[in-house]
Ligand binder design. Structure first.
Ligand SMILES: Nc1nc2c(ncn2[C@@H]2O[C@H](COP(=O)(O)OP(=O)(O)OP(=O)(O)O)[C@@H](O)[C@H]2O)c(=O)[nH]1
Ligand SMILES: [Mg+2]
Length: 288
């Protein structure tokens, strides 16, 4: 079983044998239903028509293969991997409430620990006491260190502590949890700027990533969030969660196409192993 077997396939290619006008129409419809977005759907189907014509493809199996290639190209923006060139690599996780920020951090911590990296978690969500508790459970499960403060503490101060710990322990990566919030709140920008200044001062040689966590099941709403967050926060990559069992996986392609931000990780479940580096080829194979 591949990693993406839990996402729902777009079944259209099975219902037709020839590339009729009906086929193309239904294909368009099913791509829109899968949340590829109208714009990206139109482009992709137009390109499919042209390629099938120029390459003499007449059957749906050939068209399926061709469409996989087109969508994989849309997704292939380079930079699918996290920049860990500087030490420590500081990775900020942002996004609205409940999308899976804390869970994704826990999964990644376990993964990096397993491959021999030294990880420090930073409980930058000081909004609720329960947030640090939840992150502590993940830290224990993964066997990594966590730095936290009291509820209501300044997130930038927690980051400062985490960086001090990271330097003292020669950590490779610091994963920073943040409070879930709306994308248009002015305080997001203030908080991120403040954190950024702390990192500049304390760890000038660090590499940085700001990963926006999106819930795939929210479909087009996820695209709107991505647009707003990338305006305010300088997002370097997307973590797309809850792809398991959703028929809206196409949102990945809409985001990559319309925002030009690469999807770096994908979540397909609540377990510790249910997060993987995003592979465009594997994903389109599973989707179509
Ligand atoms: N099915 C599924 N559930 C997930 C996935 N990722 C996270 N979840 C679940 O989503 C819920 C919310 O996850 P959290 O990690 O707490 O989300 P958060 O973004 O930190 O939320 P706030 O801190 O409230 O902003 C939890 O029940 C997770 O188990 C995933 O890939 N698939
Ligand atoms: Mg959280």
């Amino acid at each position: 079983m591949g990693f993406f077997d839990k996402i729902k396939k777009i079944g259209i290619f099975n219902g037709f044998s020839e590339l009729t006008e009906d086929f193309y129409e239904e294909l368009e419809e099913s791509l829109v239903m899968a949340d590829l977005g109208a714009e990206t759907t139109m482009e992709a189907v137009e390109e499919l028509r042209e390629r099938c014509k120029s390459q003499g493809i007449k059957d749906t199996e050939g068209a399926r293969q061709c469409m996989r290639e087109i969508l994989a190209q849309y997704l292939d923006l380079g930079g699918a991997y996290v920049d860990m060139s500087g030490k420590p690599a500081v990775i900020l996780f942002i996004g609205v409430n409940g999308v899976g920020k804390t869970t994704s951090i826990g999964k990644l911590a376990a993964h990096w620990k397993r491959v021999g990296r030294k990880v420090v978690l930073c409980a930058g969500d000081t909004f609720r006491a329960a947030a640090a508790e939840q992150l502590t459970i993940w830290a224990d499960r993964a066997g990594v260190d966590i730095v936290k403060q009291h509820e209501g503490a300044d997130p930038a101060a927690v980051v400062y502590d985490a960086l001090s710990a990271a330097k003292a322990r020669h950590a490779d990566v610091v994963l920073v949890d943040t409070a879930g919030r709306l994308q248009n709140k002015a305080n997001l920008m203030n908080e991120l700027n403040k954190i950024s200044r702390v990192v500049d001062r304390e760890c000038p040689d660090s590499s940085r990533e700001t990963l926006l966590v999106l819930d795939a099941t929210t479909g087009q709403n996820g695209l709107i969030q991505a647009k707003e967050f990338s305006k305010t926060a300088g997002v370097t990559g997307i973590v797309l969660t809850k792809l398991d069992g959703t028929a809206k996986g196409g949102i990945v392609i809409a985001i990559a196409r319309e925002l030009g931000v690469p999807v770096k990780f994908a979540g397909v479940g609540e377990g510790v192993d249910d997060l993987q580096p995003f592979d465009a080829y594997e994903f389109t194979q599973a989707l179509l």
